[in-house]
Design a binder for this molecule. Structure first.
Ligand SMILES: NC(=O)c1ccc[n+]([C@@H]2O[C@H](COP(=O)([O-])OP(=O)(O)OC[C@H]3O[C@@H](n4cnc5c(N)ncnc54)[C@H](O)[C@@H]3O)[C@@H](O)[C@H]2O)c1
Length: 349
């Protein structure tokens, strides 16, 4: 299997590492417009590189392509791959325009060619643990999934430009929208509001509250705030970058049912199952603590399981486990969330 990764500066490097680990890879090529990136990353991973996607497809004819360029470039590259009949795994979001995402999914269906969007949390060990808790009835009937994330990525000027990433739901919160669909099924409507930005170099919202309403009154809620005060003046000083509770940051994903709540803490690498005890002392009790250090693939950014599954399926001629057509449903809610932001919290169905 000849595999190409297009866009190898940032996240593409993690894909290169995952692909190089895959036993059936006979050759791996990194494609990037930037000569400096090609030289540095090519040497680091010991892979050949090239600059141009059309030449990549014409001259090397890869069996599968992974796209990790900026989101605004996804559609162009995915379209070329699909036209050549080459299975493609594209980083999230599918692209920055919903109509174009719909068109790409239709092109892949018609050809047909394998097309998947990289929502790697679907493969994550901690999601599998929560799935198992739900399946065994430990949480009861699930009524709420919620994210509170009070931290933000260190970004360089221009990285969070709207024209590059599409918007905060396209860029970042698409993961949560997709995860909430995974836990709760299809939403009925969504609303999102944003406070004024705290980070000057974000063109997109950086302080967002959102609610997804599901049938039966069930809810998905998101509170997302960047809290990198050192970035307020637009400067990034690497030695001051600290992410974690010690920097006042916070990250918690909860899935609540009528029998208990699963609380996922990625920094402590654990899931607590807590229950509010009405009868005893009106306090939450810790029912069980699951240590994720011993759970395979529990790192939310581990791409290995996703990339290997995608490539295994390409080799055996099977369709992707999570086809882009399903990711498109998440992108449709992402797009409605962006619309609600523009309409100052209007509910969008
Ligand atoms: N799934 C996740 O958790 C996760 C995390 C981080 C980033 N991402 C996604 O990964 C993608 C890349 O993000 P990043 O932070 O690595 O970006 P980046 O800017 O660090 O790297 C993108 C690279 O693509 C190259 N590039 C741009 N246009 C190109 C073209 N036409 N042909 C070839 N190369 C081209 C650039 O030169 C650059 O080296 C984005 O879609 C982003 O949303 C996903």
């Amino acid at each position: 299997m000849r595999i190409a990764v297009v866009g190898i500066r940032g996240h593409g490097r993690s894909h290169l590492a995952a692909v190089k680990d895959w036993p059936k890879a006979t050759s791996v090529v990194g494609c990037d417009l930037d000569a400096g990136v090609r030289a540095q990353v090519g040497a680091e991973f010991g892979v050949e590189t090239c600059a141009d996607v059309d030449a990549l497809i014409r001259d090397r004819r890869p069996d599968a392509i992974i796209v990790a360029t900026p989101p605004s470039v996804h559609a162009t590259i995915v379209r070329v791959a699909i036209a050549a009949g080459i299975p493609v795994l594209v980083e999230k979001p599918i692209c920055t325009d919903l109509a174009e995402a719909e068109e790409l999914v239709e092109l892949a269906r018609a050809r047909p060619v394998g097309f998947q969007c990289a929502f790697q949390l679907r493969y994550s060990g901690y999601v599998a643990v929560i799935d198992d808790l739900i399946a065994r009835g430990e949480l009861g009937t699930v009524t709420h999934a919620g994210l509170v994330q009070l931290s933000g990525p260190a970004t360089e000027p221009g990285y969070m430009a709207r024209s590059r990433v599409g918007g905060i739901f396209y860029e970042k919160l698409c993961h949560q929208v997709d995860l909430f669909r995974h836990f709760l099924g299809e939403p009925q409507r969504i609303m999102a509001v944003a406070a004024p930005n705290s980070l000057t170099q974000y063109e997109i919202a950086d302080n967002v509250h959102a609610v997804l309403a599901f049938p039966g009154g069930r809810l998905g809620t998101i509170r997302f705030e960047t809290r990198r005060s050192f970035q307020v003046d637009g400067t990034v000083s690497p030695e001051r970058i600290i992410e974690g509770p010690e920097a006042g940051h916070f990250y918690e994903l909860v899935v609540t049912g009528d029998r208990g709540t699963a609380v996922y803490d990625p920094w402590q690498k654990r899931i607590d199952i807590v229950r509010f005890n009405h009868r005893r002392d009106h306090r939450s009790e810790l029912v069980r603590r699951i240590d994720l250090n011993h759970v395979a693939g529990a790192d939310p950014y581990d791409l290995r399981a996703q990339d290997h599954d995608f490539l295994d399926r390409v080799t055996s001629g099977r369709s992707p486990r999570f086809p882009a057509a399903d990711a498109l449903a998440s992108m449709q809610w992402v797009d409605r969330a962006e619309r609600s932001l523009r309409e100052h919290g209007a509910w969008i169905s």
